[in-house]
Design a protein around this ligand. Structure first.
Ligand code: BGC
Length: 418
């Protein structure tokens, strides 16, 4: 009888998942990390949370840039049923804070001393009314150009550092039978390239005036006209399959050697890494033309919504704490292509691209060339960003609209949504 009881107990122990045994809670996590590199990075967080005995309920909403995920999040919140955690970034964290739906993470922040290793500029974005309501995950640099060196070599082209050099290189690449630029024809991707151009063509002060302060004079200026013309100039070097293409499919065109380059943030590096490619061997990453000293930053973060069950609350806090642990910061960022948001992390595990990012981040902070990405929700509230995206994508896709008219529309429309 005793033997049977013992066996029954053993059976029970092995058939119950570890998480339930540890009586952990559950965190439903809304995010948009669905590409190869992104999914590998997200899996790190899931595994670490599960090792702590909690359950990760995955709520992935595909769609680069996160616009689809934000729409879903709003409808869940309106229905009174938000997920426990959601990938939300930048100034809009304040909007969620105003709704009064967020859990304060101050106790975790205090216990783990977040203020000591999160750069102040980033910590401020994570706080609502002085309290931490979001936890930062990483720092992405937006203004990168991803290059297939073999394609460049076959075409006899040089890596460009200005837009004039870009046009020269693109001509050669096209003549050699390759697609010069792998283009993802979606509004947020077009805005991503647009903002790199604005930074390069206009310089940092202009970038801030136009895309952060949404200053009408800057938006309607001849510098803006030049930036828009540059954006349009690139179009002739893209392929007919560009409209609607996802960013990671564009990256794989560069990986496969179908296309010579892509303008995209360093989440693209996650795709090269997932494909087993190495920087300076299989691919080269350099800042977009004219932006070598600038760092357009994009910080991913999670907000946590109030949940009732104390076990779920515990799981949420655990997740927030884990995110800033050095071990997580290292493995996650190696997969994601970004750099740690936690300062003081060792450089050794990171490759040359990440190290350059780390160096340029600090240098940019010193010189004033560290600026928030408009396209990636770091610079302006969603309504203004939406106005930017609409005009930029409309201009890019409508040859009949002149750059002069588009700049004027930008100045008016953006002002109206301020
Ligand atoms: C996010 C990245 C993500 C990229 C593509 C950006 O806005 O910050 O984490 O990889 O969009 O979806």
């Amino acid at each position: 009888m005793k033997v049977w009881k013992g066996m029954l107990l053993l059976l029970l122990v092995f058939s119950v998942p570890f998480s339930a045994l540890a009586e952990g809670g559950e965190v439903e996590v809304l995010h948009w990390w669905t590409s190869g590199g992104e999914a590998a990075a997200a899996a790190v967080l899931k595994e670490m949370l599960e090792e702590e005995g909690h359950v990760w309920k995955d709520f992935a909403v595909a769609g680069g840039g996160g616009d689809a995920a934000m729409t879903v999040l709003k409808s869940r919140a309106v229905a009174g049923n938000p997920p426990a955690a959601a990938q939300v970034k930048g100034p809009q964290i304040q909007l969620w804070g105003e709704e009064g739906l967020l859990t304060s993470l101050d106790d975790v922040a205090r216990a783990e001393k977040w203020d000591e290793f999160i750069p102040k500029a980033i910590a401020d974005i994570m706080k609502y009314d002085g309290n931490y309501v979001a936890v930062p995950v990483n720092v992405h640099r937006v203004n990168w150009m991803w290059i297939n060196p073999e394609v460049f070599a076959k075409a006899g082209a040089e890596i460009p550092t200005t837009w004039a050099e870009f046009a020269e290189a693109a001509e050669k690449i096209q003549a050699a039978g390759f697609i010069p630029v792998a283009w993802g024809g979606q509004d947020w991707q077009e805005a991503t390239v647009f903002e790199m151009i604005v930074a390069g063509v206009g310089g940092t002060d202009f970038y801030v005036k136009a895309l952060v302060e949404a200053d009408s004079e800057a938006l309607g200026s001849s510098t803006m006209v030049e930036a828009l013309k540059t954006l349009r100039m690139i179009k002739q070097y893209t392929d007919v399959g560009a409209p609607g293409r996802d960013w990671n499919l564009a990256t794989s065109m560069v990986i496969r050697g179908e296309a010579a380059m892509q303008f995209m943030g360093d989440w693209a590096k996650g795709e090269f890494t997932a494909a087993g490619q190495e920087p300076d061997v299989d691919y080269i990453a350099v800042p977009a033309p004219g932006t070598s000293h600038q760092f357009l930053f994009n910080v991913d973060s999670f907000i946590m919504f109030k949940v009732r069950d104390p076990k779920d609350q515990e799981a949420q806090k655990k997740m927030a704490g884990l995110i800033l642990q050095p071990e997580f910061q290292e493995i996650f960022n190696l997969n994601k292509g970004s750099i740690p948001v936690r300062v003081g992390m060792p450089e050794e595990p990171f490759d040359a691209v990440a190290r350059r990012s780390m160096k340029d981040f600090l240098a940019g902070a010193e010189s004033g060339d560290l600026v928030p990405s408009m396209a990636h929700e770091m610079a302006v509230m969603p309504a203004i960003r939406g106005a930017f995206l609409d005009v930029v994508t409309h201009f890019y896709n409508n040859p009949a609209l002149s750059a002069e008219d588009a700049a004027e529309i930008l100045a008016n429309v953006v002002k109206a949504s301020w």
